[in-house]
Design a protein around this ligand. Sequence first.
Ligand code: ZN
Length: 141
Amino acid sequence: MTAIEIPPQPRPDADTDGFWHATSHGHLALCRCQDCDTWQQPPVERCRQCGGPTSYQPVSGRGAIYSYIVVHHPAVPGFADHLPYVVGMVELEEQPGLRLASRIVGVRPDDVRIDQAVQAEIVALPGGEFSVPVFRPVDGT
Ligand code: ZN
């Protein structure tokens, strides 16, 4: 008998609570400086450029695949049914270098390409009350 595997669950803290609050409402938001408007990922309390205060602000969820890997082995509990699957670094259109690691869905691994246009979706993470972003290629790219 195989136990049902539950994926690792997020552990929100002061730096990431805004991210998880947004995804729980079906939105994607990232950390941004309130003084110079620079996006900060990973999130920080103070801007890496100017030291100003930061807060979470919505992003479009539109971006392009910067890099990716194809996962063939069930290294992370809860995703064995999805093998093989793609984990990508997506660069969001809001700012060069603003990248988020996420699963890439709706495409066969062999059809994933660098610079492929993608759009974020927010999906439930099994085993808890969290929702997470995934990225899906935009039609025609
Ligand atoms: Zn700043």
